[in-house]
Design a protein around this ligand. Structure first.
Ligand code: PEP
Length: 246
């Protein structure tokens, strides 16, 4: 049985004062309920992890470097993320792929680094509007998945997030049939590559304009084990009903 996961990606938002959201969310993270993950900016990883102690909320980073240390000004490594108290890291988000030129091979190297530091990697895949309209969405996603994942995945250390680029921050959401088609294909591909047990154990998140009013419908969709939420994870008022819908 896959535990549901509500993951919030704060992107480049938040200062220490905003960590009060963790307190407001504390009641939403229960032992029997969905796992609740907040991925704040790197500056907040350690204070967030400290503040989350005892709440059931877990903390993740939004990216990491593939090397453990070295002359990479401005970057943070997977061991640093773990040292800050985080347990997860988002990798291959479309904003990293598009804005920083991260390739599938880069993402795979980062996943290796994350696993070496005992972090769970949340690997993002998703098509552009052009791919969707041109009928190549499934092929593009399949290629991203194939080349963004190194060997050695397990249900514990890998989560895959399907995030159509055209749905991120736009208020547009694919139909549940489109989400199901992609999630079913992801599940099948993971099973073919890593074996049936691992394929069945990896959690698949949908991401892209998940809001309190569409969460329940999305969560009822085939092979959707939770959500990666951007804008609606910034306030407890929005994120709490999304968690509750899982
Ligand atoms: C995201 O950035 O991963 C995301 C899904 O953003 P939003 O929920 O704001 O569309």
């Amino acid at each position: 049985m896959r535990r549901k996961l509500a993951a919030g990606n704060w992107k480049m938002n938040g200062t220490r004062a905003d960590l009060s959201v963790l307190g407001d969310l504390a009641g939403a993270a229960t032992e029997d309920g969905p796992e609740v993950l907040i991925c704040p900016p790197a500056t907040l990883l350690h204070p967030a992890a400290t503040q989350a102690l005892g709440t059931g909320i877990v903390i993740g980073a939004q990216t990491c470097h593939e090397a453990a240390s070295g002359a990479y000004t401005g970057d943070i490594s997977a061991p640093m993320v773990a040292d800050a108290g985080a347990t997860h890291v988002i990798l291959g988000h479309s904003e990293r792929r598009e804005g920083y030129g991260e390739t599938n091979a880069d993402v795979a190297n980062k996943v290796r680094a994350a696993w070496a530091a005992d972090l769970t990697a949340i690997v993002c895949v998703g098509e552009s509007l052009e791919d969707r309209e041109g009928g190549t969405a499934l092929a593009v996603i399949s290629e991203q998945l194939a080349y963004s994942l190194p060997n050695g995945a397990t249900g514990q250390r890998l989560v895959v997030a399907y995030e159509p680029i055209w749905a991120i921050g736009t208020g547009k959401v694919p139909s549940t049939a489109q989400i199901a088609e992609v999630h079913d294909a992801l599940r099948a591909q993971l099973g073919d590559r890593f074996g049936a047990a691992t394929g069945a154990a990896v959690r698949l998140l949908y991401g892209g304009s998940v809001k309190p009013d569409n969460a329940a419908e999305i969560f009822a969709t085939s092979n959707v084990d939770g959500a990666l939420v951007g804008g609606a994870s910034l306030t407890a008022a929005d994120f709490t009903p999304i968690i509750a819908a899982l």
